[in-house]
Each structure stands twice: as C-alpha cells, then as structure tokens.
Design a protein around this ligand. Structure first.
Ligand code: NAD
Length: 256
C-alpha cells in the first residue's frame, strides 16, 4: 500500500474534538466509542445520565478522552451552553453527530398531538439546535463535519410512523440546506440513513415483526450498530472531504 493510499483511506481522528448526541446507548454509544478509538476526544450528550456514564467509562477504559454532558437536545439554552463548554475546554469542536432520536408510533388517524410533537421536537428541532450551535466554532475553524442520523423511514415512509418519517425527512432537508450554507467554510454536512439496526429501539418491535423485517432485507440480517458507526466514521474522516449534502443509506439493501 502506498503512503498516499494509506492517507486517503485513514480514519485517524487524532486531534479532533467530537460531540455525539444520544450517546448513552444504541447507535450513539457505538458511534462515540468508534470516534474515540479513532483518536477523537468525544463529548457524550444524553438525557440519560446514568447510562451516559457507562459510555464514558467504556471509552476511558481504552485510554481515550471522553466526557459526559447531561443535556436534553430540545433545550436550546442548554445546547448552546454544552457546545460553548466543549469548545472552551478542548479548544474547538470539529465533528458533530446528531443521533438522539425517539419513536412514538401510531397510525395517523390515532396519532396524539403529544406523540407528534415529541418526535418532531427531539428528532428534528434537536438536530437544528445542535447544528446551529456547532456551526459557530466550526465556521471559525474553517473545518467541520456534521453528520445527522436520519432513517430509511424518512426516505420511503413507514406505516405507523408519520411523525417519525416526517422528522427524518425533515432532517434530510435540513442536511442538504445546511451543507450548502456551510460549504464555503469547509464544513461538510451529511446524513446517514440506517435501515433496521439491532438496538433497544428496534427490540421494542418484537421478534415476530423483526423476523418479517429480516426476510425483506437482501443481506438477510438486521444491521449491527457498528455498521452505522463505520459509515459515520468514514464521513467524519479526511477521506470524505469532498462529500457534502448527501444521504448514505446503511440498510442491507432494503431500499435498493
Ligand atoms: P435508542 O433508543 O437505543 O437510543 C437513543 C438515545 O437517545 C437514548 O440514549 C436516549 O436517552 C437518547 N435521547 C432520547 N431523547 C433525548 C433527548 N431529548 N435529549 C438527549 N438525548 C435523548 O435508539 P437507537 O436505535 O440507538 O437510535 C439512534 C438514532 O438512530 C435515532 O435518531 C434513531 O431514530 C436512528 N435510527 C435508528 C434505527 C434502528 O434501527 N435502531 C434505524 C434508523 C434510524
């Protein structure tokens, strides 16, 4: 392998400061651990302070740097405070992963206002709030990576998820627009759209539904959180420097 090839495919993030929302479990935890293993310092954000401490302990056990920051992504003041604190303590913020998300499924006829509002607030407004706050230090540094975790539901819809698919389609629209706004400052903005990945969120669907889902996935299995973390790692790396405003689907061929 030539030196040039090594450089191009490297996911070495030494010296980079990252922030991951929803880092207490599931995809967020896998992403935070992967970024840290690649050399980044990682600020781990979640409402679940107890589980968040486990993520930070997992990272610390490998000798990498991480800190837990309790924060509800819908609280604009706290979001601004968290970003400011990370930038002050560690000297910047280069990588933002907007991963925190929830489902509150129901068919549209029976969907309650609070089910709609909660999903839009956390999945879409939370992504906006962290993006707005993080854009400042990134623009100043003239370097940044924003990666938003969307979903295949935002691309193709899914019965019972009008609120969730609308929030994730919104995240994709937000991604494309902010990519255009920040490109001049060398900040890239992309989305990763996972299909069905084995986490506590999908475990809630029950084994019967998951078996039916498996049959529809060309690769014949649910994804592993690491499948998503690897895609995020690539988009966060130098190798992805000319990619912006895109949606990278990680779904085992479900939407192919
Ligand atoms: P999860 O439920 O296992 O984890 C979500 C995390 O977000 C939790 O730690 C939770 O405490 C945190 N969170 C919830 N509300 C928050 C808030 N207001 N502020 C801060 N943190 C909050 O879910 P997951 O499966 O790991 O999913 C992570 C992301 O990936 C979500 O955005 C989800 O929509 C998306 N996604 C997941 C799948 C899948 O199959 N698991 C598929 C497509 C997209």
């Amino acid at each position: 392998m030539t030196e040039e090839t090594k450089r191009r495919i490297s996911t070495d993030l030494t010296g980079q400061i990252a922030l991951v929302t929803g880092a207490a479990r599931g995809l967020g935890r896998a992403i935070a651990v992967s970024l840290a293993q690649s050399g980044a310092k990682v600020a781990c954000v979640d409402v679940n302070a107890e589980s968040l401490a486990e993520t930070v302990a997992t990272i610390a056990a490998t000798g990498a740097a991480a800190k837990a920051m309790a924060c509800d992504v819908t609280d604009g003041d706290r979001v601004a405070e968290v970003v400011k604190q990370v930038a002050e303590d560690w000297g910047g913020l280069h990588i933002l992963i907007n991963n925190a998300g929830i489902t509150r499924d129901n068919v549209v006829m029976r969907m309650k206002d609070d089910q709609w509002d909660a999903v839009i607030a956390i999945n879409l407004r939370g992504t906006f709030l962290f993006t707005r706050a993080a854009a400042k230090p990134m623009m100043k540094a003239r370097r940044g990576r924003i990666i938003n975790i969307a979903s295949v539901s935002g691309l193709m819809g899914n019965p019972g998820q009008a609120n969730y698919s609308a929030s994730k389609a919104g995240v994709i629209g937000l991604t494309r627009t902010v990519a255009k706004e920040l490109a001049g400052r060398n900040v890239t903005v992309n989305a990763v759209a996972p299909g069905f990945i084995a986490t506590e969120m999908t475990a809630a669907l029950g084994e019967e539904i998951l078996e039916a889902v498996r049959k529809q996935i060309p690769l014949g299995r649910l994804g592993d959180p690491q499948d998503v973390a690897d895609a995020v790692l690539f988009l966060a790396s130098e190798a992805a420097g000319f990619i912006t405003g895109q949606v990278l689907t990680v779904d085992g061929g479900l939407t192919a």
